[in-house]
Design a protein. Sequence first.
Length: 396
Amino acid sequence: MTAVTGTGRQRLRGWRPWDAVWREAVVVGRAAGAAWRGPGRERDLVVQSLKAAGAALLAWLVAGVWMDDPMALMAPWVALVLVQATVYSSVRLATQQFAAICTGALLASGAQVLTDDHTGALALSLPVLMLVANWSRFGQQGIYAATTAVFVLVSGTAVSASAVGHRLGQAALGAFIGVAVNALVLPPIHLRDVRENLAALAREAGDVLHTVAEDLHKTEWDAQTATGWSSTSARMQRRAEALRSARSWSQESLRLTYGPLRLLNRAPTAVPPEEEDQRWNRVTGHITALTRTLSVAADEQRTPAPPEGPVLDLYAQLLCLIGDACRTEADRMLGEAAGSRPEEATEATMEELHQRLQEGLREHAGQGAAQAAVLGTLLLQAENLWAEIVPAPRTQ
């Protein structure tokens, strides 16, 4: 039996790499399907990849075929790496990269003149250039100073002012083509990411509230349950971070892009205002505070005691209603729901639950300060959530 078990384990170990390959293949297949079905991150990635390849090919045709330059390698190389996620980043990186290339070419040529030997020139210039590569002004493009020096010294061509000028000219040509292709051919616009992340945050908030409500319906909940709430709350915080990053990308993607060309990209023409980010960040904070209060109440070593009995079920129902409102908001952001407010019956139910909870709070106040304090805090946080998610209609 032991031998059979050992053989089975060996076979399973042998299949693990294939399982990993299969999982990666499934992920790639899903991404390809998403790119085929319609606009989204996957299709944007395909477009940017094809644009980078096209820019490199165009740079080679201009420099290597049309101009017949023997040093045409620099042009497609630079064009390839400068088709970035935004037009602004392409321009910024082009400036940094061209400065790094100029530094590498000039220092390598100077080292070649001093040593009159390729190996000696590499030994003299590379340590200096690797230190220069860490200069913050170069950003992540500083490494191109050292790689340019390697290309200059190992290409076998004589070092001269004409040769250095050729290389710098090819680098400038590649930078121009890369930036032009990125700016003029379906310029990358990342407005869709803001709306998707905002809707995902709203849906995540609704899921967290439903999870907490389901746990509160149980007869017993303890510190382990509270740990699960903390984990879901942490996921919501990470989603809020993703929203901030998406907002930054969307603002950058609109810089240096020609307005009419955005329409060709079939990207959304507008994004939710930044006030929506602030509103849902406040919602995230309220939910985090709510789960923290429940976690403290679940700790047997702490003084506050969780509420019990029917009032806890009422509070769970209230959280479910607020969670439904969050999900409705998420659907509205994605254009899947027409209205922005819950139905009147839902609001009436919420008001009834609120009144009954207020009565329960008065009853708990007569039973003890600890339970009343916890219930009062939870009720206040629920009211804050409802006020953020379903603002009161403006009166004329």
